[in-house]
Design a protein around this ligand. Structure first.
Ligand code: AHG
Ligand code: MN
Ligand code: MN
Ligand code: MN
Length: 341
């Protein structure tokens, strides 16, 4: 029999994080502690999601966030859990979230030497929460630019994605997984609910160079740019040599769509449309962290023309058209974007 990895060589996320500290010879273990706070928060959120249908935590809270979206109870809950877990330790000096209008400065005595800022999509896939479909959390970590001891500034949060020191996501799916990178490859951990620990299950993930899955909300088709329309046509045409037609898969939870495409090979597109000139997805909370992971796994992430991680952000809740996934597929989609400019 094939013994699962965790039986032959069980490694917990906690052990792995400490082991990998040596990738940062001058770090004092603070980033490791920060990742441990995220690990704890994600377990708490996971527990609540698992019993959401029983715990009166489904549905909306009856107000909108700054994105103009109806906030769900779990959006608010997950946001609070992550904020509290990160604030309780002196590693992070500020946090920006999809669910908050402005960034939050952590400025108690405990945070006076804190070097990191966190940007977070606490609950990704809001529309799927109430129907028991996989949702997620996405996080992104930067070193602050301003001097420790001073108040965190907007500029600390508006850094291009290539400055990320770590990024990751959690999928609360048929099993719960935490996937992250610190710029030395991508590793995935599956939560064993009976032990309450994440175990290394997907070591050094590499995204297939090409695949057969395309993921896009085709309900918006008429508003898509011509290049995207032509690329969709290309995906649907028959050509055995390139394994077309491709398969269309769209969950509507970016994290889950991304995760599937990373493991199987595919492309995810959320393009610009006439009503949404920059698409829907948020550069800082969604696109940058997944772009960092995609590149670390050998994939690509662009806005259709250029690299996501090179964009200099100008505002917290900035949106950007997003093309992410297997390198050859994203390159092909970009060819179409350039051809039909
Ligand atoms: P969030 O739930 O964090 O607001 O994100 C929703 C995003 C993303 O998860 C998903 O891929 C996309 O919105 C779906 O949008 P459409 O329903 O427009 O396809
Ligand atoms: Mn939202
Ligand atoms: Mn989201
Ligand atoms: Mn969200």
């Amino acid at each position: 029999i094939n013994r699962p990895l965790y039986m032959s060589r069980p490694v917990t996320l906690g052990e792995f994080i400490i082991e990998k500290q040596k990738d940062f010879p001058y770090a004092s273990g603070e980033l490791s502690q920060l990742l441990s706070s995220i690990r704890l928060a994600s377990k708490i959120v996971n527990r609540e999601i698992n019993r959401a249908g029983l715990a009166d935590i489904l549905g909306s809270v009856g107000q909108q966030n700054i994105q103009g979206e109806t906030q769900m109870k779990l959006d608010v809950y997950a946001n609070e859990v992550f904020i509290n877990a990160l604030k309780a330790r002196g590693l992070v000096c500020g946090l920006a979230s999809e669910e908050n209008d402005d960034f939050i400065a952590f400025d108690e005595e405990l945070h006076k030497d804190s070097k990191y800022v966190v940007l977070i999509d606490p609950l990704d896939g809001s529309s799927n929460i109430d129907v028991n479909v996989s949702v997620g959390t996405i996080f992104s970590i930067y070193r602050r630019l301003s001097a420790p001891g001073t108040k965190v500034t907007l500029e600390d949060f508006l850094q291009p994605g290539h400055k990320q020191v770590a990024a990751g996501y959690v999928v609360y799916g048929s099993s719960t997984m935490l996937v992250y990178t610190t710029g030395h490859g991508v590793n995935g951990f599956t939560l064993d609910p009976s032990l309450g620990v994440f175990l290394l299950s997907h070591e050094n993930i590499k995204m297939p160079k090409s695949g057969t899955i395309y993921s896009i909300n085709e309900g918006n088709y008429v508003k898509f740019p011509e290049g995207v329309k032509k690329y969709i046509k290309y995906c649907q045409e028959s050509d055995p040599a390139t394994k077309r037609p491709y398969t269309s898969r769209y969950i509507g939870s970016l994290v889950s769509d991304f995760h599937r495409n990373m493991l199987k090979g595919g492309i995810y597109i959320y393009p610009q449309g006439t009503n949404a000139p920059n698409g829907k997805l948020r550069l800082l909370y969604e696109c940058n962290p997944l772009a960092f992971i995609a590149e670390q796994a050998g994939g690509l992430a662009t806005d259709g023309y250029s690299r996501i991680l090179d964009i200099q952000p100008t505002e917290l809740h900035q949106r950007v058209p997003y093309f992410v996934g297997s390198a050859d597929m994203v390159a092909k989609a970009m060819e179409f974007m350039n051809m039909y400019k």
